[in-house]
Design a protein around this ligand. Structure first.
Ligand SMILES: C[S@@+](CC[C@H](N)C(=O)[O-])C[C@H]1O[C@@H](n2cnc3c(N)ncnc32)[C@H](O)[C@@H]1O
Length: 258
């Protein structure tokens, strides 16, 4: 399937903040409820081990993604693990909720953080969930280049592939939005209004979900990206997919060679 970089509304600066937050809250709910990144836990553990640190800098965190579930898997092997949530459009309310529920493992960056140029003071194992496909090839490559330039271990994770099967699966995502919205916290009248009465949240989740599938980089494309990096050969690159039941995680793990 060829790659199409159509627009995702969530990425647009003009897109209403509330609607973006309802969409990322939905993603946060689904990824935690269904433990979508359980298969990636060993890769995260390896990244932490390679970084020699117990600090994760999560980029493009949205509503906090799968972190409440992931921390449960990781805190056994890394009891002192700290995860800093960041985003270009930081959703402070969602981040505060994760901090409150996260057993002391979380904090967040209030200011906007661009994944293409991570501030030097944010040191740790960089992670990105469900967001690498948001970036055009040159920008995606810049994310990896920035990690190499700063000798930072980086882990990229996606829970969808660019395939017909995933396109069909994502076609039905509005049904999930309609069914799951009553269970998403915090309760918000706006969320209900824009899901059921004026159903723009399910419509944008539908569009952005389908576009996400069409934008997702294949293993071969991510491998090609790493080959073109300046000093990219100073890093070890592990790229592949891992299955956990019906869920597939695509991943890229990059770390400096000894
Ligand atoms: C699909 S959401 C991913 C959310 C989250 N990681 C998850 O697993 O649910 C993509 C996120 O990328 C963020 N984003 C877009 N451009 C960015 C950039 N240049 N730097 C950092 N974050 C960016 C958006 O604000 C949005 O929150």
């Amino acid at each position: 399937m060829p790659r199409f970089h159509l627009i995702e509304f969530e990425d647009q600066q003009w897109f209403p903040k509330n609607i973006r937050n309802y969409m990322t809250d939905f993603l946060q709910f689904v990824t935690n409820q269904f433990d979508l990144f359980k298969g990636s836990v060993p890769i995260l553990q390896k990244g932490l081990e390679k970084s020699g640190q117990s600090q994760i800098i999560d980029l493009a965190s949205g509503g906090g993604g799968a972190w409440l579930k992931l921390i449960k898997h990781l805190e056994k092997s890394h009891p002192n693990l700290k995860v800093k949530l960041t985003d270009y459009y930081p959703n402070h309310r969602a981040f505060k909720k994760i901090v409150q529920q996260g057993n002391g493992h979380f904090d967040f960056e209030k200011a906007s953080v661009n994944a293409l140029q991570v501030p030097k003071n944010l040191k740790g194992f960089r992670t990105q969930f469900l967001s690498f496909h948001h970036f055009k090839p040159a920008d995606a490559q810049q994310i990896l280049q920035n990690a190499v330039d700063n000798q930072a271990v980086i882990g990229i994770f996606e829970a969808q592939k660019r395939s017909v099967a995933h396109f069909i699966q994502f076609f039905f995502s509005p049904i999930n939005v309609l069914l799951m919205t009553p269970f998403i916290r915090p309760f918000s009248l706006g969320r209900f209004l824009f899901t059921y009465l004026i159903p723009i949240v399910p419509i944008f989740v539908w569009w952005d979900g389908l576009v996400s599938v069409l934008r997702t980089y294949s293993v071969a494309e991510m491998e090609a990206m790493t080959k073109d990096l300046k000093h990219g050969d100073s890093f070890e690159w592990e790229i592949g997919e891992v299955k956990n039941g019906p869920v597939v995680n695509l991943y890229l793990l990059g770390y400096p060679k000894k």
